[in-house]
Design a protein around this ligand. Structure first.
Ligand code: PLP
Length: 460
């Protein structure tokens, strides 16, 4: 038996938790931590013996579900054989070469080489350096600014945190870093003028992007970074024509496109990559989360042919590529990723996310779209969100003090369902493991519906 109180005390007195109100936690005013002890399939267990359906796959990452022993065995095999060696100065391992080769074969755009990191944040940090490096090497030293979108999420480190387009990630942290600029979110529900179609809204967002590039001066703008489907900013699929319009502008001004596939990659949207689904042709691609289903930390910045050709061509002149981490291409992480991708391919999880995902989208709409506090139900594949508003006609938001989204999420949790209260409004988000069944989807939707009804009753 584990000593729950002792673990809670030890944790409270020593762990600096992300996204946690520090004082309330340290003083015990926000209750004890949830001590997670196990997981199987789409469920996790805590130390008090409670079981939860994890309809957010951890943080949109455990795509193959919990407890897949095949991955544990691959990790153990590699650990017994060789737990670590670095990849500097052309050292490699069999697992790493296999993983890299398969990523080059499967990634969107025209992939050429893969740089490995440990998190989505550091991979996007690498992308920024690649943009700067590429433009220095090809004699465009001013072409360095990176445009990202309001409500985009790209991580929490210095540059990736600056790319993230939500001010509470910047406040009191001296972000954004100079040279990162933001353009409008692809959020039709909130951003469109009355009566504006999705197509017209997409054209307007593209025109705004063009104006921004012209205002900043095109020879100072190096790249645009975006998630194919806006994730943490509200789980928002792009409006019709959005990606076609945006890419036309980027091409016109020779601006690189970084597709942040950290959530969308490896099947989540019902296609292998969000870029495949929306016909995006990126120059650089960021992957993490689903790459190992979160079993071990691993990310990658996948470099397209256009950028890599300039890097290789300049090598005699500039010397070695001076960027890398102790753990870049860690052999245990590579072995885990290969085992995970074997499962993703064998179980055709992209196809599954499309078929089970379509059931999920239908069920969400059937059960929620008519509720009086639901402004929008949206999603694609196995990504979904419900946006709650005080008035559907005027789209008036709830008073933030009511914490409607957080209360619904809490009520769901009390019923044994983890669905995430997203920042930026009252939004309940879903991203279940891709192995979820249709029956489990029904269970998730019913639990969420019960939780919503409960809060609706409390409000009236
Ligand atoms: N990019 C996207 C689209 C993400 O959703 C996230 C994390 O949620 C990141 C980057 C950052 O990844 P990490 O938390 O591994 O640094």
């Amino acid at each position: 038996m584990i000593d729950i109180k002792a673990i809670a005390e030890r944790d409270r007195s020593s762990v600096l938790h992300p996204f946690t109100q520090l004082k309330k936690y340290a003083t015990g005013n926000s209750g004890d931590p949830t001590i997670v002890t196990g997981g199987q399939g789409i469920r996790i267990q805590d130390a008090e013996g409670r079981s939860y359906i994890d309809a957010f796959a951890g943080l949109y990452c455990v795509n193959i579900g919990y407890g897949r022993t095949e991955v544990a065995e691959a990790i153990a095999r590699q650990a017994y054989k060789l737990a670590y060696y670095h990849t500097y100065a052309a050292h490699t391992t069999e697992e790493l070469a296999r993983l890299s080769d398969r990523l080059v074969r499967m990634a969107p755009g025209k992939p050429s080489k893969v740089f490995f990191g440990l998190s989505g944040s550091d991979a996007n940090e690498t992308q920024a350096k690649l943009v700067w490096y590429y433009n220095n090497l090809r004699g465009q030293p001013k072409k360095k600014k990176i445009i990202s979108r309001d409500r985009g999420y790209h991580g929490c480190s210095v540059v990736s945190g600056s790319m993230t387009g939500m001010s509470f990630y910047h406040d009191h942290m001296d972000l954004p870093f100079p040279g990162i600029v933001h353009t409008g979110a692809p959020h039709h529900y909130w951003g469109a003028e009355p009566g504006e179609t999705e197509e017209a809204f997409s054209r307007r967002r593209a025109a705004e992007l063009e104006e921004l590039i012209l205002r900043e001066e095109p020879d100072t703008v190096g790249a645009f970074i975006a998630e194919p489907v806006l994730g943490t900013g509200g789980i928002t699929p792009p409006p019709t024509d959005y990606w076609r319009e945006i890419q036309a502008v980027l091409r016109r001004y020779d601006v690189l496109l970084i597709a942040d596939e950290v959530i969308c990659g490896f099947g989540r949207t019902g296609a292998d990559f969000g870029s495949t689904l929306y016909e995006i042709e990126p120059d650089l691609v960021t992957v993490a989360k689903g790459l190992t289903s979160g079993y071990v930390p691993l990310s990658a910045a996948i470099v397209g042919e256009k950028v890599y050709a300039v890097m290789e061509e300049a090598a005699d002149r500039v010397g070695a590529f001076s960027h890398g981490y102790t753990y870049s291409g860690h052999p245990i992480a590579a072995a885990a990723a290969n085992a995970v991708l074997d499962i993703v391919e064998r179980e055709r999880l992209s196809d599954r996310a499309r078929t089970v995902g379509s059931h999920f989208q239908n069920r969400l709409k059937e059960r929620f779209a008519q509720l009086e506090i639901v402004g929008e139900v949206r999603g694609v594949g196995l990504l979904g969100a419900i946006e709650f508003v005080a008035d559907r006609q005027t789209k008036r938001r709830f008073d933030p003090k009511l914490k409607v989204g957080a209360r619904i999420s809490k009520a769901a949790r009390d019923r044994g369902l983890i669905a995430r209260a997203m920042p930026h409004g009252d939004i309940l988000g879903f991203a279940p493991p891709l192995v979820v069944s249709e029956a489990e989807i029904d269970e998730i939707v019913e639990l969420a519906h019960g939780a919503t009804k409960q809060v609706l009753d409390e409000l009236s």
